[in-house]
Design a protein around this ligand. Sequence first.
Ligand SMILES: NC(=O)c1ccc[n+]([C@@H]2O[C@H](COP(=O)([O-])OP(=O)(O)OC[C@H]3O[C@@H](n4cnc5c(N)ncnc54)[C@H](OP(=O)(O)O)[C@@H]3O)[C@@H](O)[C@H]2O)c1
Length: 259
Amino acid sequence: MPFQPFDLTGKVALVTGGNSGIGLGMAEGLAAAGASVAIWGRNTAKNASAREALLKHGGAVEALEVDVADEQAVVDATAETLRRLGRIDTCIANAGVGGGAPLTEQTTEGWRKVTAVNLDAVFWTFREATKHMVERAEAGDPGGSLLVTSSTSAIHGAPRNQAYAATKAGVLAMVRATAVELARYGIRANAVLPGWIATEMTERLQGWDKFTEKAIGRVPMRRWGEGEDFAGIAVYFASDASRFHTGDSVVIDGGYTIF
Ligand SMILES: NC(=O)c1ccc[n+]([C@@H]2O[C@H](COP(=O)([O-])OP(=O)(O)OC[C@H]3O[C@@H](n4cnc5c(N)ncnc54)[C@H](OP(=O)(O)O)[C@@H]3O)[C@@H](O)[C@H]2O)c1
């Protein structure tokens, strides 16, 4: 039997925000590697078209309409995902929102809109998936992988983005705490930090020539990242190839942060 650490046949992966951009790129990789996939998002049309695309890989695909900023919705959607797919081996908390403004103009309401999705929801999503993984481990089936989409904003100064940057740094600490606590169950927790990626979130920046020249011009790979650039890291962390890899933060930015 050849060494096939990236074969995800029999595994179930959940990707929040899996209906577009980075999350869809991750879900595509997971489905192509043989996993059954659940995606969560608010938008019915985006969910339906992402599901269509993912079904082409031949495995089970479930798309759930979920607002992850609502704690009860996360609790219910986790139960529904388990009901439909039987288990969750990999949980990717990827749903996120931006929301920049000069600091003097930022409101508490705006701050909470960002922190609810990018930080609170990660906590709720990980907590609910972990309850299932720990229960399973105690019944003799250990393992599980938690992954969060952070951002290079966690390590760079991100002007007008105090809330966004704080959430993206916060999840790195959450991942380290979780990795240490849950290792005894074989559960791993890691973070991925994307750089500048061409998705709906960065649509305005993509049309701004000065930004393209000054920022994308500084990316050693000389291009915007794409959602599909995140397929590989999702498969790696979902697979047995990463079975001893936990508590880490992986930067995927075409070399931007080290230049
Ligand atoms: N693009 C970049 O340059 C970049 C860089 C670093 C990090 N990131 C991070 O990457 C992640 C994915 O973003 P993206 O760039 O791929 O942007 P995107 O295409 O706009 O995707 C955002 C995803 O999050 C979902 N979402 C947002 N709020 C939600 C909510 N309340 N409940 C459920 N789902 C919600 C969206 O689905 P619905 O609209 O259907 O709800 C969508 O699937 C985010 O965490 C973002 O912060 C992006």
